[in-house]
Ligand binder design. Structure first.
Ligand code: DGL
Length: 289
């Protein structure tokens, strides 16, 4: 394929569900001339309550679809998949540039000029395996990092339940042991799950205005732009950029709730239903032995 044709390919964006649409939205604002191809593995959502091995297998398996469709770069717009599958995806699809969301999220948290602990709100899996703490310990070794599991918020976001007293009560209940354990005011709260930015206003209402809540999506978009520059992959033809959507299940629901995440409506016809062929590891192993 010529370099000109390659530059015209879409950027692939992957999430377990519709959360990655918050990253897509930032990418569309930062890179308005690029085509995008989004895949949500809605058939197997949530990833955030599953084991590292399962998340890695799902992510490796689902991304075959995006890569086979023809993309010039892959954005893993899911913190959980980034935590457990980023390196495996980079290896599997080399030389395709593959970028995750955790390092940009960690960098975004360090832009706040305060010294208190960095609180990361994330899925159970991202928290349990200290994905943010590992990255932050390399960027700023002595910084206190508190990772707080909020998988329930994924379900609220997938329902499009993002505001109102009931949502704030749930957030309040989730946060009360966190705030009871804090000795000093946190420097910031980082939304370490791409489903959470749609709940940002509700989270801000609960924690109050003197704590900064960070949505890393724009930092991710800046890093994707830098990656395109590094690989000389920015689109040259600046006419009519388009975005296509794929989901592994429930395309009506995907289209219905997408508006909450994107800020504009999409129709069911714009979402293609794709089927993942699962890799059954144990049977493959048996057959090999
Ligand atoms: N959006 C995903 C993340 O950023 C998690 C949602 C899920 O649990 O599948 O971690």
């Amino acid at each position: 394929m010529s370099l000109f044709a390659k530059k015209d390919l879409p950027i692939g964006i992957f999430d377990s569900g519709i959360g990655g649409l918050t990253v897509l939205r930032a990418l569309q604002q930062t890179l308005p001339h690029e085509h995008f191809l989004y895949l949500g593995d809605t058939a197997r959502l949530p990833y955030g309550t599953k084991s590292p091995q399962t998340v890695r297998n799902y992510a490796l398996n689902a991304n075959d679809i995006l890569v086979a469709s023809g993309i010039k770069a892959l954005v893993v717009a899911c913190n959980t998949a980034t935590a457990f599958a980023l390196e495996a995806l980079q290896e599997k699809f080399y030389p395709l540039p593959v970028i995750g969301v955790i390092t940009p999220g960690a960098k975004a948290s360090l832009t706040i000029p305060e010294n208190g602990p960095i609180v990361v709100l994330a899925t159970e899996a991202t928290v349990k395996w200290h994905a943010y703490r590992h990255v932050l310990s390399e960027l700023e070794p002595h910084r206190q990092v508190i990772e707080w599991p909020c998988s329930l918020l994924v379900a609220l976001a997938e329902e499009g339940w993002c505001e109102g007293p009931l949502v704030e009560q749930i957030i309040s209940k989730l946060f009360s042991p966190l705030f009871a354990s804090l000795e000093t005011k946190p420097a910031c709260l980082v939304l370490g799950c791409t489903h959470f930015p749609v709940l940002k206003a509700a989270i801000q209402n609960v924690v109050g205005d003197n704590i900064t809540v960070i949505d890393p999506a724009h930092t991710v978009a800046e890093e994707v732009s830098a990656l395109l520059t590094e690989h000389q992959l920015h689109r040259i033809n600046q006419s009519s950029a388009n975005t296509q959507f794929m989901a592994t299940d429930g395309i009506e629901r995907f289209a219905r709730v997408a508006q909450v995440f994107l800020g504009y409506p999409i129709t069911t016809e714009q979402v293609e239903l794709v089927t993942v062929v699962p890799t059954i590891i144990s049977q493959a192993k048996k057959a090999a032995s």
